[in-house]
Ligand binder design. Structure first.
Ligand SMILES: O=C(O)CCC(=O)C(=O)O
Length: 237
């Protein structure tokens, strides 16, 4: 039922992304939904006391990060066979969990997020990795969907220069014309994109939160060159 098709893999490498509609079982969506709501009950902590990029915007745009180890059911999901099979198809080597976070846009004022490559946040040379963006809620044109800028990964896996936008509190890697493709997907869908795929998301103007879970997998441990320690996680699947 969840067998990945070769055309979905080819689409990823030829376009920088691929969409797997309603890929998760309802029970898996429930796990993400429950953990996300428990974390939302905690006070916003935009930069985790200085440990992470300060890209949160209070209730408007919350990044609920690095908590899978506190929730065995979330660990089972993000480190389980399902994610291993998925990641193996897109990253060479042996898949490792690099990073994971919930991304929640609050109702009405939910902030946009500017064009960037996820690799633009890493800060040192690294091989491209895989971002697995999962919708916990149905995404619509109005609640802050993700947009991707197609790129042929067979031809171009370079990072573009990014600059820090102090007002928006984010790295920005592109401000040209916007032919981005919106991922309007039902809950439980997966949008896979590369760490070199430019993407953004729009504002949530609806009266409900838009919740997503983003897990990232590299083909080898992603270690800081200065310390040799994991940039975030380096957990083999
Ligand atoms: O969920 C979103 O709105 C986009 C999140 C995103 O682009 C990211 O965390 O890199």
């Amino acid at each position: 039922m969840r067998a990945l098709q070769q055309e979905q893999i080819d689409h990823f490498f030829e376009n920088g992304y691929t969409i797997l509609p309603e890929w998760l079982e309802p029970s898996e969506v429930n796990v993400l939904s429950e953990v996300c709501d428990e974390l939302l009950a905690e006070p916003p902590d935009d930069d985790q006391g200085g440990k992470s990029h300060d890209i949160g915007r209070g209730e408007d745009r919350r990044f609920l990060r690095h908590r899978h180890r506190d929730y065995p059911k979330l660990s089972d999901f993000v480190l389980g066979q399902q994610m291993k099979d998925l990641a193996s198809a897109f990253v060479g080597g042996s898949p490792h969990l690099f990073n994971e976070q919930f991304v929640v846009k609050g109702p009405k004022t939910g902030s946009a997020f500017g064009w960037h490559q996820d690799g633009g946040y890493v800060g040192f040379d690294h091989k491209p990795y895989l971002s697995v963006w999962i919708s916990i809620d149905d995404t619509t044109a109005d609640n802050g969907p993700v947009f991707v800028l197609p790129r042929n990964l067979n031809q171009d896996i370079g990072l573009v220069p990014h600059h820090w936008d102090e007002d928006a509190k984010e790295m920005v890697g592109y401000d040209g014309p916007d032919p981005g493709i919106a991922a309007i997907v039902p809950a439980g869908s997966v949008v896979l994109f590369s760490s070199v795929t430019l993407h953004r998301s729009s504002r949530n103007t609806t009266d409900k939160s838009r919740r997503a879970y983003l897990a990232q997998f590299s083909g080898e441990p992603l270690l800081r060159p200065d310390t040799g320690k994991p940039k975030v996680f380096a957990t083999a699947l």
